[in-house]
Design a protein around this ligand. Sequence first.
Ligand code: ACM
Length: 551
Amino acid sequence: MIGMENLLLKLMGSSLVGLAIISFAASVGYAVQRETAIIPRPQKITFHKGHFFTIRPDTVILADKAAMPTADQLRNAIAQATGYFLTVQMPRAIHENCISILLDSDLAHLGREGYRLSVTTPQMVITAADNAGAFYAFQTIRQLLPVQFYSKTPVRGIDWKIPCVQIEDYPRFAWRGALLDLGRYYMPKEFVKKFIDLLALHKMNSLQLHLTDDQGWRIEIKKYPKLTEVGAWRSQSVKGHYSVKPRRQYDGTPHGGFYTQDDIREIVAYARQRHVRIVPEIEMPGHAQSAIAAYPELGNTGKKLEVSINWGVHKNIFNADEKTILFLQDVLTEVLELFPSEFIHIGGDEANKTQWKASPKIQARIKELGLKNEDELQSYFIKRMDKFLVSKGRRLIGWDEILEGGLAPNATAMSWRGTKGGIAAARAGHDVVMAPTTHTYFDYYQSKDKKKEPLAIGGFLPLRKAYEFEPIPKELTAEQAKHVLGAQGQLWTEYIPNPKKAEYMGFPRYCALAEVVWTKPESKDYSNFIERLKAHLKRLDILDVNYRPLD
Ligand code: ACM
């Protein structure tokens, strides 16, 4: 027989009654306090002041098989911070003091990344159409708990209380990205994982790994071992700023490293569990000197080159021989085996055409293909990659230079030189990702007074500016705007030689970008963001993130 108490619990568990209870409470909107310091700001939140759900050692997690990946993540996070090893059960009976994770196609209108979170005193209920949404509910729960929840070892004596809230949340954009340049500096795999954790914490879902550049080739390719044997190592690096006059300085220290295919698999799997897609970037036809140093026949001069020790745009680019195109398609074949991402980035930026102009072979190739000039040859080159990737069921994405000489039919453009390229591509019916230098280059200075900051490439991109970025240009119609998949923040690393500095440059600007790509513009408010950020930075302290302090 069902007792009165159980009946009551059962009633409270149903979301209808839960809603009714919540509606008794004043909907307090956004009084900024620890309880609501959620970044990115959820689309809808009702806060039931003064009431809490508490995680205790006997709290039970209820999840069916489909929701088990998220249930395990939640259980592990709780064990790590609290030392409580909660039981996970199939949702057969309604318990008091339980956390339910329900995957329910009824929530499909919120998208696969959307979720509903209902916290009442007897229970907490996560509902989502997919584990991605449930995972984001879990991220929100982490932010609703006391900050010690981010600790990697159990913290005793804390009341693990979560305020009673009703949240309905989903992202504004599908592409919520970051770029990490591993070409200029190799960074340990452990840091790449930490960075993935930080992205996931901010409900970001895409990480572009810039794996090849003039100064280093960082991914093992079995068919062409010299790419890493030779291409992953340089004799030294620029010391100070590259533009220092009268004479550039070098540090005299060899630098290098690369990721084995097993390392890559590990990173991709780690990211996948956190709903972060890794988009590999293999640069072509420019930014290719490390590859040409390994295999001189890929270049235009036949000269033996060194892996570059300089920054800036280089003249040594791939030639456009059929053999070179096939070489790069072989490289991509191995890349495709490692990265399940639908999008494969082929670079395409800053291909200096000096050598192509001077090369009789290239000029003959232009004639043979019936092309007008070097831009059209670059376009031909990229179209070959587009066709290749499409034949393998993938999509090519490249920097906005790929528009020059004609955009490949299926290409997606990443607009970095402002938004012009993105606007043109969207108008032509192509998808675009916004990554303009002005608002998303997190290698730029964070203060107007550069002397107050560690050395950076240049520019000035304060937190406010990162926050105020609007990815959809006014020039686009509503229909064209649908082609804007989202935005991405870049950490180019010419002046970021180690993880600590990457964190300093990245945070809190990625916190701002997270809200740009998740939250509706009408819910964005800079001073409110800063108030939430102050609480949020305490989380980053516990996670040992070397963020730049607020002004
Ligand atoms: C770029 O910054 N060259 C894409």
